[in-house]
Ligand binder design. Structure first.
Ligand code: GLC
Length: 539
């Protein structure tokens, strides 16, 4: 690795004009799931060099920043969300100089880079956990995690009734009889954030990556680090879900906010507006807004929007609740439709033609709303979930732990199709770690480029317009009247109409159409908007 630090984005002439203060308030941020994005060395697994080589595609797409999922040294028990060394790159993905090169190249292209930080738990291969295990009951390293004696006559029962998000008990017994807590897989022991050594270590890790030049962090399980004092029983035999209305003794505890406040101070001590985005599955929009108070994190994924069913009424309600909650703390809303943990929205919205139609319309809706938006790799290609993966190729630990969180997150992680007519479709030269469907030859970036009806060109146009039209991004919006099933709202200089119905609707022409997800039919002063179609109108 070069000794000199990577320049920050604000040092880059190309970037200065494209980004202003508060860049994150309306940024479009593209999620790269590293192992499935682009493979440079032919091992069938995406890597940092592959990602760097594809950065021009992302600059051309028109996004502002890129979030990279964990590429740190890890046994890969949970796709890298089990980190053994927070300051090292796993050889699967490259080395530190590849990370450095990627950050530099991104900045040269005017793109910011956000990396993942996984503070709720380490890998069971982390030196701390290994020392805790080897040392036996009572060693100080056990205080870095949650070790407890079991219940029952011989301590044969877990210390409490918590269940893992991936299914099964949240406790595993060690050879010496003590149990340790893991809200996720047994290979992911939860850290004890009441221990100052844990806090110090993570501040040092954050500095390590900030010094390397990253522009921020996506904070994994940002709502989970603090557990209720005494680790009280839940009292109900219910599978823990990442999202839900329940108040749980291990999620969304008030104590997590002090950690985020301290991280904000650290981020602010660096030049160039480095940001934190919370993956916080809070039970309500109001609870979520607490994570983006002025002295906390910059963004928090709006999972209420992600999980909202298709339909005008439901969508309008979530949009209103989200905007009201974030406005009450002066923060923008962070829209998201998909990520590496959920079924791709093309499939969630009904799959096949219906799902794709709705997904395209939802993308335009989202990009017209005030705030920032995350785009999950492949959604710009309209990729569906791969639902028929053979069990033998699956790697999601939730799949192997029974009826845990959704059980199967591999279907949204299938490597991207870039070009060509046979697998791995330009993903790399040596196959792909999950098989890509034959139908993906028509969905590759190459196949869609230049076709004005393609989803890729729709995203390119929308992102270009987002930069051109001053009324998009941050700022206010106003609902306008529309027929039932149709959402109509105004942004400065723009009206957005979304027909959620399965039938066409006729409206008075609201303005000059600048982008639509399907062909419109004009009859005098009226326009027929096809079923499940979103249109942007300049006014
Ligand atoms: C987050 C990640 C998910 C991971 C879990 C445990 O929800 O997005 O992929 O399995 O945390 O780290």
């Amino acid at each position: 690795m070069t000794q000199e630090l990577a320049p920050t984005l604000s040092d880059q002439p190309a970037a200065q004009s494209a980004h202003s203060a508060g860049w994150w308030r309306d940024a479009v941020i593209y999620q790269v799931y590293v192992r499935s994005f682009a493979d440079s060395d032919g091992d069938g697994i995406g890597d940092l060099r592959g990602a760097r080589e594809r950065l021009p595609y992302l600059a051309d797409l028109g996004v502002d920043a890129v979030w990279l999922t964990p590429f740190y040294a890890s046994p890969q028990a949970d796709g890298g969300y089990d980190v053994a060394d927070y300051r090292a790159v796993d050889p699967l993905f490259g080395d530190l100089s590849d990370a450095d090169d990627l950050v530099r190249e991104a900045h040269r292209l005017g793109l910011r880079i956000i990396v993942d930080i996984v503070p709720n738990h380490t890998s069971d291969q982390h030196v701390w956990f290994q020392a805790a295990l080897a040392g036996g009951p009572g060693v100080p390293e056990r205080e870095l995690y949650h070790f407890r004696p079991g219940k029952g006559v011989d301590g044969e029962l877990p210390p409490n009734d918590w269940e893992s998000v991936f299914g099964g008990p949240a406790w595993t017994r060690t050879a010496d009889g003590d149990w340790y807590l893991h809200l996720f897989a047994p290979a992911q022991p939860d850290l004890n954030w009441e221990n100052p050594a844990v806090r110090e270590e993570f501040e040092s890790v954050l500095r390590f990556w900030l010094d390397l030049g990253v522009d921020g962090f996506r904070i994994d399980v940002a709502h989970g680090m603090i557990k209720a004092a005494g680790l009280p029983d839940l009292g109900v035999r219910e599978q823990a879900k990442l999202i839900g209305a329940q108040v749980l003794p291990f999620f969304d505890q008030d104590g997590v906010h002090e950690i985020h406040r301290s991280w904000r101070r650290l981020l602010d001590s660096y030049e160039g507006e480095r940001i934190g985005v919370a993956e916080a599955w809070a039970p309500s929009a109001e609870r979520l807004a607490l994570y983006v108070r002025p002295d906390e994190l910059h963004q928090a994924f709006n999972f209420q929007f992600l999980t909202c069913a298709w339909g005008a009424e439901a969508m309008r309600k979530v949009i209103d609740e989200s905007l009201t909650a974030t406005a009450s703390v002066g923060a923008p809303t962070t829209w998201v439709l998909s990520n590496h943990d959920v079924v791709r929205h093309t499939t969630r919205y009904g799959g096949k033609d219906t799902g794709l139609r709705r997904a395209r319309a939802a993308a335009l809706l989202t990009l017209a709303l005030p705030g920032s938006t995350y785009v999950y790799q492949g959604e710009e290609l309209g990729l569906p979930e791969v639902e028929d993966l053979p069990d033998a190729v699956r790697q999601d630990p939730a799949f192997f732990r029974g009826d845990g969180q959704d059980g199967m997150r591999d279907g949204c992680r299938v490597p991207l199709p870039w070009s060509g007519t046979t697998a791995p479709y330009g993903f790399g030269t040596g196959g792909s770690w999950l098989p890509q469907p034959d139908s993906w030859k028509d969905l590759s970036a190459q196949a869609q480029t230049g076709d004005p009806r393609s989803t890729l060109e729709l995203y390119r146009s929308a992102l270009a317009l987002r930069r051109e039209l001053p009324g998009l991004g941050d700022g206010g919006m106003e609902w306008l009247d529309g027929p039932e099933g149709v959402l109509v709202f105004a942004r400065p200089g723009l009206v957005c109409t979304l027909n959620t119905l399965a039938a066409e609707v006729e409206l008075p022409v609201p303005g000059r159409p600048v982008l639509a997800t399907a062909a419109l039919e004009f009859t005098g002063r009226a326009v027929r908007i096809p079923r499940e179609t979103c249109v942007w109108w300049a006014v």
